[in-house]
Write a protein that binds this ligand. Structure first.
Ligand code: 4HQ
Length: 229
């Protein structure tokens, strides 16, 4: 999977991808993450990428030329999609993440501070995706959320130990509670069933806990799970 990320702060993308599981996925060749700076594509002698809005108002607007030229410099595979990170998009969830994991290439458009000149949308026609109903200073964190969530669905990213099939949402429920050593901490004991090695009992206990906590913490998810099960 190739991620090509258009960002005025490419180091934000590169730095994040240099840690932990994503770093390992890059090293293993499961994903390749390229950051492209639209500022390198400005035809303007001051390397300006934004300007004041026509019609007035606060803030700056990203000019079309640097973004469109940077976008057109990206070599596109047949099985690819283009995504703009924006609060106006459909909200990212596990279903969309699974869908995106089927592409061979994802091109991500990040803005910063300001909005995009509307003609960037008109010309590029990206799918718009939001990570939630709140406003950030830039699209880099949403792009990284998407890269991270999609990458961990790809074969070879997670090891056996971190396997994705017991994660929240994988079965429509939240994860069951986890425990490690010590067996007792500040008077709180690890549930006995987890210590006795009976795998059938352990599975039943965990499913029961998953159901309970989904019902209390996420009644919306619980209702959906009931319908599907
Ligand atoms: N942005 N989900 C980028 C967001 C956002 C979100 C605000 C996107 C600033 C320039 N993106 N612009 N929420 O808050 O995706």
């Amino acid at each position: 999977m190739i991620f090509d990320v258009l960002s005025l702060f490419p180091e934000m993308i590169e730095d994040y991808c240099n840690y932990s599981i994503i770093k390992r996925a890059v090293e293993a060749g499961v994903v390749s993450i390229n950051a492209i700076n639209p500022r390198d594509y400005t035809l303007n002698k001051h390397k300006k990428v934004d300007d004041t809005p026509y019609g007035g108002g606060a803030g700056m607007v990203l000019m079309p030329q640097p973004y469109v030229d940077a976008f057109e410099s990206v070599k596109r595979l047949d099985n690819s999609c283009v995504i703009m990170l924006s609060p106006q998009g459909e909200q990212l969830n596990d279903k969309i993440v699974n869908e995106l994991a089927k592409y061979e290439q994802i091109v991500l458009l990040c803005g910063h501070y300001e909005g995009f000149d509307e003609r960037i949308r008109d010309i590029i026609r990206p799918r718009e995706i939001s990570i939630g109903d709140f406003v950030l200073t830039g699209g880099e964190l949403p792009a990284l959320c998407l890269i991270d969530a999609v990458s961990r669905k790809l074969e070879g990213t997670l090891g056996k130990i971190e396997s994705a099939d017991e994660d929240s949402f994988s079965n429509g429920l939240l994860e069951y509670p986890h425990y490690t050593k010590p067996r007792e901490y500040r008077g709180l004991k690890v549930p006995e069933v987890l210590l006795n090695g009976n795998h059938k009992d352990i599975s039943e206990f965990r499913l029961q806990k998953s159901i309970e906590r989904t019902k209390t913490k996420r009644p919306d998810l619980y209702e959906k799970w009931l319908e599907d099960n």
